[in-house]
Design a protein around this ligand. Structure first.
Ligand code: 5CA
Ligand code: ZN
Length: 448
């Protein structure tokens, strides 16, 4: 699919340090490097396109965007792949409940997501792939797993066709015959796995499975649901195999598999298992997870409906750069709660920083006067080498954006009223906030 347009990223003098990030599998910090010199590949799980883009989604994509910026600054060539889960139970249920065709819902919400990402200054993936685009490839992979004995068929009495079967992944066999073992990525014990599996789309009690934790690879056609005729029969893909197949297809080296922490299990554990069974090798070098954003006391989620949407804030006239600063003011790995204060603090911060680009800030009055050019009394530009070094150090240390923001605050406070193209470039390149942009230049809605 079409991705979205890229913001321009200034090249900074010199190179930043190789980032270290937390790896869920080894439970510690690790150098974010793969098997190839100077090149990294990252697969970040994309949205299921409905009720997008809320602050939780946005926080996760801004976190991996920061990683991409830090890698680039450290001299790496980055290849970035992201999927869109346009065929899945919750999306189909929402389409059903609202009487919209699932394809239409997915397309409209994916467009909204593209525009939200663009307005937040998120670098686009090199490959942006909808599941509906890779049905045959997924079916072929499921067929391979059946032939190699890592998958098996289970009778599906609810299917449209008599005698139809669903296909499941044999976790025990994969654990014995591939480099992958259940639990190596999540480090969860079995009771935790069982409860998360049931909570997050799994079916531990399905009759005929060899192991309650065996995940679905292929669902044979059900009444009223989309289905495709493929090498494994008529039906649609399971969830984890889609990400495994897309990642393997577009990345020769998965340096990082990323997403929110709600994907640690079963999604990333099982994607890794599927990939190992297909290739005989380990899947990703590192597994990286962003914390969960809450709102009104609970995880922000489509199922609860406690959502703050990027597009709604934008429609109210909120500067997307303030939204991005609000997201960056929390460490990506922590669980945190979105509040009105999170945003107003970020709006004030943006106002304090704007003078760096010669734009008059509005002091503590959030919003008012933003974008006005400060003409009079322009002083000599101030160098910001020290600031660049500090921001680089903080971000290379497990993407510590909150400390980077504080470092910039301190620098701005000690250079009152200074203009600094160097500082502006650092903030743009590494934090994705362009202080020279005119926030009113972008239309509030995306017309595609
Ligand atoms: N399509 C699947 C991944 S293949 C999916 O999880 N879609 S999603 O729309 O539910 O979420 C998109 C991304 O946002 C995922 O990486 C997910 O982990 C992350 N995410 C969802 N809710 C939150 C939240 N409240 N806080 C932080 N990240 C979140
Ligand atoms: Zn995924």
């Amino acid at each position: 699919m079409r991705s979205w347009s890229s913001p321009s990223v200034p090249e900074l003098p010199g190179t930043g340090p190789v980032p270290r990030i937390h790896d869920t599998a080894s439970q510690g910090l690790a150098n974010a490097v793969g098997h190839q010199e100077g090149r990294v590949g990252v697969y970040v799980c994309g949205i299921t396109p409905y009720d997008a883009t809320h602050m939780g989604h946005a926080a996760t994509y801004v976190a991996f965007d920061t990683l991409q910026r830090v890698w680039r600054d450290a001299g790496f060539e980055v290849r970035y792949v992201q999927n869109v889960t346009d065929v899945d139970d919750p999306l189909l249920e929402r389409a059903d409940a609202t009487g919209v065709e699932w394809r239409e819902l997915a397309e409209e919400q994916t467009n909204l997501f593209r525009w939200d990402m663009e307005s937040l200054g998120v670098l686009p993936p090199d490959e942006f792939i909808a599941v509906s685009e890779v049905i045959d490839e997924v079916a072929a992979a499921v067929n391979t797993l059946l032939e190699s004995g890592f998958a098996y068929r289970v009778p599906a009495p609810n299917a449209i066709e008599d005698g139809a079967t669903d296909v499941y992944f044999d976790v025990q066999r994969a654990g014995e015959q591939t480099p992958w073992t259940l639990g190596e990525e999540s480090n969860y014990d079995r009771p935790t796995m069982l409860s998360l599996f049931a909570e997050r789309g799994g079916d531990p009690d399905r009759e005929g499975k060899r192991n309650p934790l065996d995940p679905l690879l292929w669902l044979s056609a059900r009444e009223g649901e989309p289905a495709w005729d493929t090498a494994v029969g008529r039906g649609r893909p399971g969830w984890h195999i889609e990400c495994a197949v897309i990642a393997l297809q577009h990345l020769d080296d998965v340096t990082v598999q990323g997403g929110g922490s709600d994907l640690i299990f079963p999604h990333h554990e099982m994607s890794a298992g599927h990939a190992s069974a297909l290739t005989g090798k380990d899947f990703a070098c590192l597994y990286s997870h962003a914390g969960m954003v809450a709102y009104e006391g609970e995880k922000m989620s489509k199922s609860l409906g406690n959502l703050v949407l990027v597009s709604k804030l934008r429609a109210k006239g909120v500067d997307p750069r303030a939204i991005r600063l609000a997201l960056l003011s929390n460490h990506y790995r922590s669980d945190w709660e979105w509040t009105a204060e999170t945003l107003s603090t970020a709006e004030q911060r943006l106002q304090r920083w704007l003078p760096l680009a010669g734009v008059a800030g509005a002091g503590a009055e959030a919003g008012a006067g933003a974008g006005a050019q400060g003409g009079a009394g322009v002083s000599e530009p101030v160098a910001a080498t020290d600031l660049r070094d500090r921001v680089r150090e903080h971000l290379a240390n497990d993407l510590d954006a909150p400390s980077a923001l504080v470092a910039i605050d301190e620098w701005v406070a000690s250079h009152a009223g200074a203009q600094s193209p160097e500082a502006v470039a650092v903030i743009n390149a590494l934090l994705g906030v362009d202080l020279t942009a005119d926030p009113d230049a972008r239309p509030p809605h995306h017309h595609s």
